[in-house]
Design a protein around this ligand. Structure first.
Ligand code: NAD
Ligand code: UDP
Length: 349
């Protein structure tokens, strides 16, 4: 196992840094390519502290084909996990070109370089936001795609591109066909149990969990609960929260599954990574208060544009084909978020 090198794009980021820990623990060599546009290299120093192993780091942009190609020549990875990209929905509406350039063009350059170096195993960070609006609250992989904002559409476009790449190979009966796992994340939260790495958002967080954590520590005065009149159990929005460690373990399960029947002659397959049930915003607040002993100052506020009432994963396919399911509880996710937040009140600063 230890001779396998996994190249991790965006490996200095929130999910990527946790993936590096689990990959190193599983015996892979890890090479990170990150332009540090939304992260700090400190996260990788912490990864090394946690694991006692080294990460090879390149500060480079995945859209820089020459640099990327040089890295592939030197490092000879067998597999790529592709986290690099921009992820803020609001910003994607203001700067769509930036999002398509990073997420779509970036993936085109990456897969072109992979193709040229005959590296054809890829795990891609997709998102539950690729699912179109539907009456269903539980999402299975066969629901139609129909993202509603530029960020979501950039993920949906990349999924299409990757499906087309794999399909082209199966037509030509390539002797080393593409094996691609599109992992559709639900809501990743939490941090490594050491409290050394975690989510370090720039400025005021958009997402619920980092916002709650910053209210708890006194950096932000009050949480706005976006709507209490949704058709959900308590009127607030319901999401499928997944511990970031469970999430990154799903990536390792996907790499192992590249040897299994569904990938043997090449394939591109989507898998939901979620718990299979949801929690409301009030569940999150109440559990956070119980686990940490802190009080969360919150105010019921108007709905946020573009939010859905309730959705959660059907994770059966990932269990069946990747032999993966979540193991951690909401209490674990909150305790680990709080451990990270209280030990690093200013993030990686
Ligand atoms: P993050 O911003 O912490 O990590 C992304 C990393 O990619 C950062 O370190 C950034 O510097 C790097 N990066 C961005 N553009 C790059 C480029 N052109 N070249 C090289 N590096 C680049 O975000 P995250 O939360 O860790 O998300 C990782 C991936 O998972 C993203 O693709 C994101 O869209 C996807 N995802 C995240 C969530 C979530 O809620 N966090 C949900 C679904 C999907
Ligand atoms: N939410 C909220 N206040 C906030 C941020 C989020 O009430 O400051 C709600 C949001 O409406 C949704 C849930 O929390 O119901 C999760 O939102 P988040 O932005 O974390 O993830 P999303 O599912 O929107 O990607």
């Amino acid at each position: 196992m230890s001779h396998h090198t996994v190249l991790v794009t965006g490996g200095a980021g929130y999910i990527g840094s946790h993936a590096c820990v689990e990959l190193l623990n599983a015996g892979f060599n890890v090479v990170v390519v990150d332009n540090l546009s939304n992260s700090k290299v400190t996260s990788l120093n912490r990864v090394e502290a946690i694991t006692g192993k080294l990460v090879t780091f390149y500060e480079a942009d995945i859209r820089d084909k020459q640099s990327l190609s040089d890295i592939f020549s030197k490092e000879q990875p067998s597999t790529v996990i592709h986290f690099a990209g921009l992820k803020a929905v609001g910003e994607s509406c203001e700067q769509p070109h930036l999002y398509y350039h990073n997420n779509v063009f970036g993936t085109l350059v990456l897969t072109e370089v992979m193709q040229e170096h005959n590296v054809k195993q890829l795990v891609f960070s997709s998102s539950a936001t690729v699912y179109g609006i539907t009456d269903k609250t539980q999402y299975s992989e066969d629901l139609p795609i129909g993202a509603i904002n530029p960020y979501g559409r950039s993920k949906a476009m990349v999924e299409d591109i990757l499906r087309d790449l794999a399909a082209a190979d199966s037509k030509t009966k390539s002797d080393k066909p593409w094996k691609i796992a599109l992992l559709r994340y639900f809501n990743p939260i939490g941090a490594h149990e050491s409290g050394l790495i975690g989510e370090d958002p720039n400025g005021i967080p958009n997402n619920l969990m980092p916002y709650v954590a910053q209210v708890a520590i006194g950096k932000l005065p009050q949480l706005a609960v976006f709507g209490d009149d949704y058709p959900t159990k308590d009127g607030t929005g319901v999401r499928d929260y997944i511990h970031v460690i469970d999430l990154v373990k799903g990536h390792i399960s996907a790499i192992h599954a590249f040897k299994n029947t569904q990938f043997i002659s090449g394939n591109c397959k989507a898998y939901n990574l979620g718990a299979g049930h949801g929690y409301s915003v009030l569940d999150i607040i109440n559990t956070f208060e119980k686990v940490t002993g802190r009080t969360i100052n919150y105010k019921i506020s108007p709905r946020r544009d573009g939010d859905l009432a309730e959705y959660y994963a059907n994770p059966d396919l990932a269990l069946k084909e990747l032999n993966w399911k979540v193991e951690k509880t909401l209490q674990d996710m909150i305790a680990d978020t709080w451990n990270w937040q209280s030990k690093n009140p200013q993030g990686y600063q």
